[in-house]
Design a protein around this ligand. Sequence first.
Ligand SMILES: Nc1ncnc2c1ncn2[C@@H]1O[C@H](COP(=O)(O)OP(=O)(O)OP(=O)(O)O)[C@@H](O)[C@H]1O
Length: 614
Amino acid sequence: MNRFLRLLSYMRPYSAHVSASVLLMAVVGGLSAFRILLIKPIVDNVLSAAASPDKVLTFVIPHTTRTVNLQGIIPHHFHNAWTVVALALIGSAIVKSLCDYLGTLLANKAGFGMITDLRNDLYNSVLRRSTAFFQRHTTGTLISTLINDVERVQSAMSTVLSDFLQQIFTLIFMIGVVVLVGGKMAWILLLFVPVIVSSSRRIGRSVRRTTRRGQDKLAEIQNIMQETITGNGIVKAFGMERWEMARFRSAADRLKTANMRSIAVQSISSPLMDALGAVAIALLLLFGRDRIVHGNWTTGIFITFLASVIVLYDPVRKMPVYYNAFQQAMGASDDIFRFIDEKDEVVERKRATKLEGFRDSITFDHVSFGYTADGGVTKDVLHDISLNVKRGEVVALVGPSGAGKSTLVNLLPRFYDVTGGSILLDGHDLRNLTITSLRKQIGKVTQETVLFNDSVRNNIAYGQPDVPMERIEEAAKAALAHDFILRLPEGYDTVIGERGARLSGGERQRLAIARALLKNAPILILDEATSALDTQSEAAVQAALENLMQDRTVLVIAHRLSTVRRANRIAVMEHGRITELGTHEELLAKGGMYSHLYQLQFGDDNAAGFEGVA
Ligand SMILES: Nc1ncnc2c1ncn2[C@@H]1O[C@H](COP(=O)(O)OP(=O)(O)OP(=O)(O)O)[C@@H](O)[C@H]1O
């Protein structure tokens, strides 16, 4: 129920639309009932030669002798019964259609409006989640929730809402007509209410469960698609098309089964209501015939009553369908609200300080860190790391794979928070700073260059959309990218494909360097690419990096000898600890791990790369 209220709260900004729609739909319901009431004058007045023309009776108010005549509504001088009824019919049809149209439009406007807000909220919270969130949830699941689950709620809140409003008022007014016309006979219908309510509830619950399962299976399919489309090169290289197809096919089968289960449950409602309706009408025929025979009812009254029961039956039949749609929306909103509410690991303190710039040093003070796995178990990766990096210093991190180098540098922009000790920036604990002001000080160039399917210009100016073109070109020149950009078909306006697919590895890296140059952050995190580029590209990337590192404080995960040599200090990491720290010469002279790794890699050939050490 809480979830329902929460969904409803998204309707608040559209309450005027909803209220107007409710009013209009009430008119529609009222007029539907009115048209049923016209059956009696049609049968008893228009079609009866004996009837008096000036008393076009619609109904008698129960327990009184007062009657309601059409002449009360339609001007007196239309005496002919046909004219009176025809005017009432056409007039009510026009008003009803207008109200129906406007009411549907307004309800949909409210529904689509609230769903847009909900989707924006969800996307906003997903986008702001800390790094760990994206490792907990697969891309496919997140996209599936953003699209499919929101879609489910959308269908319940827009299309179904307008139908529901119309039908609920038809239901209310038709109940009025049935009671008004049928009197005691109407109570027979009450017998069916408990059966309808209890079966609908039971079916609704199953629908909710089966729909959730279907949505999960859809997410599973989306995951497979996402992985195999983005990783298509690897699928091809390993000849895994057939295997992936089989995996997809079995996931698709599971989705089909889940959907069929959901449909099987949902489809029970309609035939069940049909059967109940037939029983009700058969009973009414039996009792109605009796009344006509005893002269208590005219044929007109009986037909009106029967017609009102048949019309009443339509919303009754549809109510479980709406209830099912509502339950589906509730099921789908589970994941939506779960993602919106998920607690973040990295949170900004209430009165966090805004860092104005970087002046002095970065201090890792007895830092330890562990990744939290699914079961809440923490896997310790860094232990008691202490390191002080002075402004302008270049510190290279080297060590075997899995030693914790990437983990360490990821703590600096607070992608994760330390689990022990602290990291200080100019003496401020990172956790006391605003996240935006902290990240503004840090530029990052990683092995895996992240580029977007946008123009070269926008990729370089990412995060600074209003930066003038001259500055973009300046950054591109310093990153040695300007020349190759000009050679692209549309220069700076060339769209480079998903993840920069239309560029070479070296070009992608130089674009990423240009982006970091333009950001011009005083601290730089550099994760050198391990993949070898051809000599020319390599030289260009190295030269671009040289330019980028100028006058910055750099933490570089080094894979190349040239970088290690250029560094002011080298920190050797093993098993989550810094085991050696010093200059290249100092560490070589020490004859420890560094010198061992160095000998291993460069024993005979000092010009070779530093790959494999890390
Ligand atoms: N998101 C994560 N969740 C759990 N464990 C992780 C996660 N990321 C890394 N690890 C583990 O943390 C340890 C350190 O990983 P890290 O990536 O920091 O090493 P690295 O020294 O950068 O290695 P490489 O040079 O191969 O990139 C590894 O044992 C790795 O399995």
